[in-house]
Design a binder for this molecule. Structure first.
Ligand code: HEM
Length: 393
């Protein structure tokens, strides 16, 4: 049959053009040929091993993107030794992207759960001793976010030994341990929150005063209660609240919490975070407040991933078998769900130190003006034309 070249070109206009096409641009020859099923190599093909490999590879690709975004955000924070306000929106955009990727990663666990433990058992022995435990990128994400060695459970504090001869991986991890993490950069940024200066608005001085007034009111109300049991209950509640507020008002008590790993931020940074939370409706604090919320979202989603992963592990290998990476398996993974693994723990616990609106120190005019974004006053012409419009209506 004779082929009409002109009509073929119409059907596929780009087919014969010079330059890169889709597969070449994406190097699909590498990616799509990187699924080596060990069960197949051993002449005992197990259908679900394909899903197992693809799932892990998809995770690693998304980990790469998360690291790329994290590095860029850390760079923006570090560029001016703080966050330039003109770049806050870009930081918010990138952090939101990380949040969405992590949501996807937490949900992706369900796809692998369509594999049954029996299916998994059929090929598990082939992959031993490989394990997600040896994922360099996962450790990089933890470290770049701000996970500290001393907060890992003891078994995981020696995590470098699992990477064997992976020189490049070891180097990247060593670097991530000493570079400023996102948590550290955010801490430094919070320490410079406008309004904390004692000689200026002196937020902390005002906060302290109002906390004391509030606690006194609680105490008086408790003492004025006639019913003995109710009074005892209210007094116990008062004592508890007082101890909690003392822990944040007294720098040495706060330092002891930090020492025990129960708090992370410096005292000054914590003050900044409380201040931003109180005055988040002021224009210059609304983006910082969004930023703090996104950091908590990131922590929540990493914890959700850990939880979904642990449940899957229990479903696949039970709670007594060791992991292929040599840990106690389910038991080890369950221990990583604790607060020790939350990088932005202080932001979660911030609500403990919030005050009812009536006790929030009012902003001075100067502070209100500093936190505002001035658009300039409308010209007389605009005002009068607006008036004309409204009277016309
Ligand atoms: C059948 C599915 C899976 C099973 C049974 C499983 C099992 C385990 C076990 C037992 C551990 C503890 C370390 C060890 O001794 O091996 C572990 C760690 C880990 N796995 Fe999985 N895993 C599965 C799927 C995945 C997937 C899809 C990923 C995605 C990347 C993943 C990533 C990780 C990571 C990052 C760790 C280290 C966690 C930490 O130390 O906090 N795993 N896995």
């Amino acid at each position: 049959m004779e082929i009409n070249n002109d009509s073929r070109k119409d059907e596929c206009p780009l087919g014969e053009q010079d330059g890169m096409l889709y597969a070449e641009y994406l190097q699909l020859d590498k990616i799509l040929n990187a699924q080596r099923m060990l069960s197949e190599v051993n002449n005992a093909t197990v259908h679900d091993e394909h899903l197992f490999i693809i799932t892990h590879q998809a995770y690693e690709l998304w980990f790469k993107q998360v690291i790329y975004e994290l590095d860029s955000v850390r760079m923006i924070f570090n560029k001016h030794k703080g966050l330039d306000e003109s770049e806050t929106l870009e930081v918010l955009k990138r952090l939101s992207r990380i949040v969405l990727i992590l949501k996807l990663l937490a949900d992706q666990v369900m796809i692998l759960e369509t594999m049954t433990p029996l299916d998994f058992m059929e090929f598990r022995e082939y992959l031993c001793p490989a394990s997600g435990f040896q994922s360099v990128q996962f450790r990089l994400i933890e470290n770049k976010l701000g996970m500290k060695q001393e907060n890992r459970v003891r078994f995981n504090q020696n995590y470098l030994c699992v990477f064997g001869r992976d020189e490049k991986g070891l180097e990247a991890i060593a670097k991530s341990e000493v570079e400023p993490s996102l948590a550290h950069l955010v801490e430094q940024w919070l320490e410079r929150t406008p309004g904390l200066e004692p000689e200026g608005f002196n937020f902390w001085g005002k906060y302290k005063y109002n906390v004391k007034t509030m606690l006194e009111t609680y105490y008086k109300s408790a003492m004025a209660t006639d019913c003995e049991s109710e009074r005892a209950f209210k007094l116990a509640d008062y004592e508890k609240r007082k101890a909690l507020f003392d822990s944040v008002l007294e720098p040495n008590i706060h330092a002891a919490y930090v020492q025990r790993g129960e708090r992370r931020f410096t005292h000054k940074a914590l003050q900044g975070a409380i201040m931003i939370t109180f005055y988040r409706d002021e224009p210059r604090f609304s983006q910082p407040h969004q930023l703090l919320t996104l950091l908590m979202d990131i922590d929540s989603l990493v914890t959700k991933w850990r939880y979904n992963h642990v449940l899957m592990v229990q479903r696949m290998i039970g709670s007594q078998h060791l992991g292929t990476g040599g840990s106690s398996g389910y038991q080890y993974l369950r221990s990583t769900l604790s607060d020790r693994y939350k990088v932005f723990l202080d932001l979660f616990n911030l609500s403990t130190f919030l005050l009812p609106r009536s006790y929030i120190p009012p902003l001075s005019d100067a502070m209100k003006s500093e936190l505002n974004i001035h658009w300039g006053t409308p010209s007389n012409e605009t005002i009068s034309s607006n008036r004309t419009c409204s009277s016309d209506n």
